[in-house]
Design a protein around this ligand. Structure first.
Ligand code: ZN
Length: 338
């Protein structure tokens, strides 16, 4: 089969790779129906995460089950399935506590921009859809594998409640999905921070009520202006830089919460500032698996359409073009179809 391999920063190739096989009785093999490029894939593409040797890429996937190991009974060949970017048995204490992305058997998926993928812990990781989805539902279902589930977790971690005022830092796919989540969880006011007109438009379509174009201290000042000088109840940090994290912390009202889901790179929070802020922080890799049944329902019923974050669709063999377009910010998110 063929799949993406990164050789060096800026150098992603589509090449022949070994066919995945069942290694453990808890594995499944799926034939990829759709996969995509994630904002977090760009950390390696941009050389911010070192690429020490060539390795496969991709952690988002939907597909059809080809084969299952002998311990997998929850899904069967022929079914259309979605799984999280982090595998989980869905039975250990961390899974039962709702933190499947800290499963004691967790592995991070990393081979999904390919024609076939091996899914470890398939019994707990994969969820089958009610039926084969219509083609137009596939992009939205694919977002549940990471970005929509991550945006959902950001909103849950920031304790968005009916009537809340929410600010979203980051206008990438996760931030935009965070807007959807905030709306679904009943936020009354959703302030999206974005300087890019097409992303602002999508944020509004997803439920943003206000747009703030300023960043850093000026962005914080704008959020304060919009909230009677107090700050937002909940802030979703969906970037992972030092600037975005401090912007999120400083935009939150005393007693409010930050949900941070951007993978932190060189982020340091001054302890004294955190202490006096009275702000709660919760973040980490999103327990996407736990949200899958509910989010599949919302997509299946046409209630949410997070697939709109894909503004570029390419055949999988042109995966390198997809990275380049996202790196140059010409695309929010690239959908790849084998
Ligand atoms: Zn577990």
């Amino acid at each position: 089969m063929r799949g993406a391999v990164i050789h060096a920063p800026g150098d992603v190739r589509f090449e022949e790779r070994d066919d995945p096989t069942i290694i453990n009785p808890t594995d499944a093999i799926i034939r990829t129906v759709a996969t995509c490029v994630c904002g977090s894939d760009l950390w390696a593409y941009r050389g911010i995460e070192p690429v020490t040797e060539p390795h496969p890429m991709g952690h988002e996937y939907v597909g059809v089950v080809e084969e299952v190991g002998r311990e997998v009974t929850s899904v069967k060949p022929g079914e259309f399935v979605i799984g999280s970017f982090a595998t989980s048995d869905n039975t250990c204490p961390n899974c039962r506590n709702g933190y499947q992305s800290s499963c004691v058997h967790r592995e991070f998926m990393s081979t999904c921009q390919a024609e076939y993928v091996r899914i470890p812990q398939a019994q707990g990781t994969l969820v089958a859809t009610p039926d084969r989805p219509a083609d137009e539902l596939v992009p939205s279902l694919l977002t549940l594998s990471d970005v929509m589930g991550t945006g959902w977790y950001a909103a849950v971690a920031a304790e968005v409640r009916p009537g809340s005022t929410v600010a979203v830092v980051g206008d990438g796919a996760v931030g935009l999905c965070g807007v959807i989540a905030a709306k679904e969880l009943g936020a009354e006011r959703i302030i999206a921070m974005s300087r890019h007109e097409p992303r602002q438009r999508l944020a509004r379509e997803f439920g943003a009520t206000d747009i703030v174009t300023e960043r850093g201290d000026e962005g914080v000042a704008r959020i304060k202006d919009l909230t009677d000088g107090i700050g937002a109840d909940s802030v979703l940090e969906c970037v992972g830089t030092a600037e975005s994290m401090l912007q999120a912390l400083r935009s939150t009202r005393p007693g409010g919460n930050v949900g941070f889901v951007g993978v932190p790179h060189d982020v340091e929070i001054p302890g004294e500032e955190l202490f006096f802020s009275h702000v709660g922080l919760r973040g980490g890799p999103a327990p996407v698996r736990g949200y899958l049944p509910d989010l599949i329902d919302r997509v299946w019923g046409g209630r949410i359409d997070p697939g709109k974050v894909f503004d570029l669709t390419l055949p999988l063999e042109q995966v390198a073009k997809g990275y380049k377009a996202m790196d140059e910010r010409r695309a929010i998110k690239t959908l790849l179809l084998p």
